[in-house]
Ligand binder design. Sequence first.
Ligand SMILES: Cc1cc2nc3c(=O)[nH]c(=O)nc-3n(C[C@H](O)[C@H](O)[C@H](O)COP(=O)(O)OP(=O)(O)OC[C@H]3O[C@@H](n4cnc5c(N)ncnc54)[C@H](O)[C@@H]3O)c2cc1C
Length: 444
Amino acid sequence: MSGARKKTRIVVLGGGFAGIYAMRELERLFGGDPEVEVTLVNRDNFFVFTPMLHEVAASDLDLTHIVNPIRKLARHASFFNGEVLEIDLPGKAVVAAHGVEQEHRHRLEYDQLVLALGAVTNFFGIPGLAERAFTMKTLGDAIALRNRAIDSMEEADYECCPDVRRRMMTFVVAGGGFAGVETAAALHDFVHEALHHYPHLRPSDVRMVLVHPGKVILPELSEKLGLYAQRKLSARGLEIHLGTRVLGFTAAGVELSDGTTIPSANLVWTAGTSPNPLIAKLPCMLERGRIAVNQFLQVPDWPGVWSLGDCALVPDGRGGVYPPTAQHASRQGKTLARNIAAEIRGGRKQPFTFKTLGQLAAIGRRTGVANVLGMNFSGFVAWWLWRTIYLMKLPRFERKVRVGVDWTLDLLFTKDLVQCPTQRAMSVGAVEAEQPVVAERIAS
Ligand SMILES: Cc1cc2nc3c(=O)[nH]c(=O)nc-3n(C[C@H](O)[C@H](O)[C@H](O)COP(=O)(O)OP(=O)(O)OC[C@H]3O[C@@H](n4cnc5c(N)ncnc54)[C@H](O)[C@@H]3O)c2cc1C
């Protein structure tokens, strides 16, 4: 239309910590500015607060209380719930699809593009992992693991063969970083607490194993705190295999680099991530598979393209790069949004600088380990800090209240053991089709 001013279109890809915080800051800066249009694209219609994911897997929290619907987080921005299929940097457009089979494709053109697609789990081609292992990255992962823990207890309670029962009740967690340690500790508490509802199961039937390639768990923290966590977890009966890697996962169990095989039907893999595969196809400069941005979070040689979070390699100005954590991704989101505003309205762009405020991990039974502002904390104080700080960080008052209520009820009642089935009710035709299978199973 002649005379009409063209809108500036900002497209944000990814609704994790990086994308959501960038979108919220863009909304704050541009408000309802009719000249600027912000669109966020994400596979799920919610934002997951990953630091609390293990609490969902271990039934401490209701399944949906740590996620926020993106539509409730976005006040002015548009939200496209779908899969990004293609990023066309020369054509300044993104192809995204939605629909059950992703059959409906859209071409979203942009003036400014924010790449915040995060990382994906990497199994490093280890045999059996992609087919059988559980992961801990998404809400679906946490729900699947919770279901498996409950299914294992239900089945093992009436399992006649002691070897099969023990295999079902052995849980191996690979990776001694935050995600692995918190998951192993929470799962250990959950299963042991649930045991008194399963009269045929004994504590000796349960085996919880943490496998870590390093010398001390929680390498993100100091050695002292890692050793403290090891002592606490070992004292509760959690086995820790240090200097060991998982080499394979078969029907016989989890094969380790020390030559042993742990007879187990349950492996949780938290030991590796790699950048989003869409990033690998981009014509921009990549380092270690991530987008090498400058200190302003711009992608060099591609004006109007920005990146941050786990899919970007952000220089720290001292020759190194910032670690891929939520606290960095969220702060990068704010800096990036301000730099986009400076680019559009004119102004000085700011380099991203941030000093890690602290690291915290919950290790079960109301204990934790933390390093906050350079000071080490352990035990109940660290656990209390973990809960207080993350509750404050969880977006939206409504979600804070829900999580707070869950934690309060947790003091009064035992953990929930309800499975979360996803299959639909059977129809008459489906029941008839199932009959011979059921008869066969009973006969065998
Ligand atoms: C279990 C666990 C616990 C953690 N605990 C902590 C902690 O305590 N403290 C801390 O600082 N950090 C923690 N982290 C790390 C932190 O979660 C990440 O650093 C952070 O999420 C990175 O944010 P991001 O936005 O870059 O990536 P992500 O959060 O991974 O977001 C990427 C988004 O892009 C979407 N996406 C990807 N591909 C597509 C596609 N093709 N189409 C559409 N959408 C797509 C994804 O669905 C996702 O929503 C933890 C991580 C995990 C897994």
